[in-house]
Write a protein that binds this ligand. Structure first.
Ligand SMILES: NC(=O)c1ccc[n+]([C@@H]2O[C@H](COP(=O)([O-])OP(=O)(O)OC[C@H]3O[C@@H](n4cnc5c(N)ncnc54)[C@H](OP(=O)(O)O)[C@@H]3O)[C@@H](O)[C@H]2O)c1
Length: 281
């Protein structure tokens, strides 16, 4: 439990869901962690809960100046920066492309794509000056490589994020800076409530109901018959942040319980048998 000792990490979108579990795992592995998000009260309470190795800086990642200030402040406070997790994300409505609202489309890209771009852009100067490499992790999604798992704004922003990560990895490798993505599948967080237009508190309160439903669905949708949880993704982030992944860059690490593999054998057998029954009836 000490793979990140001496490292300083920034985790955006760490006021709920996956980001909280990433921050918690990083602290457990010995890192100093700056949590970021817009909800100050919640972020400060979470940082307090994680102990003296954690602090919170209120940041809206769609504001380039705020992202630059977050990274500057981190280096002022801790003397260095080693890991940036661009995890902040905003969902978009699932619906027809004919109904796409241009402003909402841009807003999703502002957070999911531009927020990460600002992070990479302003972390690079610090990492280059230090001269000891660094790890940038972008929270993408399997929706970035597969259609219709989520709204079109969200999917396209994550596709661009995967491309941005590869581009940055190719450029920054010569400074020892690694850039990778994590692409989660279905992880039970309040995100789905937000996508449905439900208030944050309600979304969080209904998480156990969502989990029960997701468990049921996972059986017919994916190889591993359970939904994902924050710590599943946090484990991948710890790997990409630490020296165990020293030779890994430009990678998109899929953490989806096999969802993107297609339907599990059992479901396909059921489909085959149903079709056979039609022939035989
Ligand atoms: N859950 C899944 O199944 C799943 C699957 C694939 C990928 N992902 C990705 O994983 C990441 C985390 O998602 P989650 O499921 O944990 O969702 P979540 O619980 O809704 O958390 C989203 C986080 O992003 C922050 N955020 C949103 N807009 C922001 C902004 N403009 N500036 C700064 N922070 C902002 C939120 O904090 P504030 O509201 O305090 O700003 C919150 O901490 C996202 O990038 C998401 O796309 C999730």
């Amino acid at each position: 439990m000490d793979s990140l000792i001496g490292k300083v990490a920034v985790v955006t979108g760490a006021t709920s869901g996956i980001g909280v579990d990433v921050a918690r795992a990083f602290v457990a592995e010995g890192a100093n962690v700056v949590l970021a998000g817009r909800r100050r009260e919640l972020g400060e309470a979470l940082a307090g809960e994680l102990g003296p190795a954690a602090s919170f800086t209120a940041t809206d990642v769609s504001d380039e100046g705020a992202v630059a200030a977050l990274l500057d402040l981190t280096v002022e406070r801790h003397g260095r920066l080693d890991v940036l997790v661009n995890n902040a994300g905003s969902p978009s409505q699932l619906g027809s492309i004919e109904d796409v609202d241009a402003a909402a489309f841009r807003a999703a890209h502002e957070v999911n794509l531009m927020g990460a771009l600002y992070g990479i852009k302003h972390a690079t100067g610090h990492l280059r000056r230090q001269g000891s490499g660094g790890s940038i992790i972008n929270m993408a999604s399997i929706t970035g490589t597969r259609a219709v798992y989520a709204g079109v704004a969200y999917s396209t922003s994550k596709a661009a994020l995967i491309s941005l990560s590869q581009w940055a990895a190719a450029e920054l490798g010569s400074y020892g800076i690694r850039v990778n993505c994590i692409s989660p599948g279905f992880v039970t967080t309040g995100r789905f409530g937000k996508a449905a237009g439900v208030a944050e508190e309600t979304a969080q309160a209904r998480l156990s109901a969502l989990e029960a439903y997701a468990r049921e669905q996972a059986r017919s949708l994916q190889a591993l018959p359970r939904p994902g949880f924050g710590p599943d993704v946090a484990g991948a982030a710890v790997y990409l942040a630490g020296d165990a992944s020293a030779y890994v860059t430009g990678h998109d690490l899929v953490v989806d319980g096999g969802l993107s593999l297609g339907q599990p054998l059992e479901a396909m057998v059921r489909l085959r048998d149903a079709m056979a029954a039609i022939y035989l009836s």
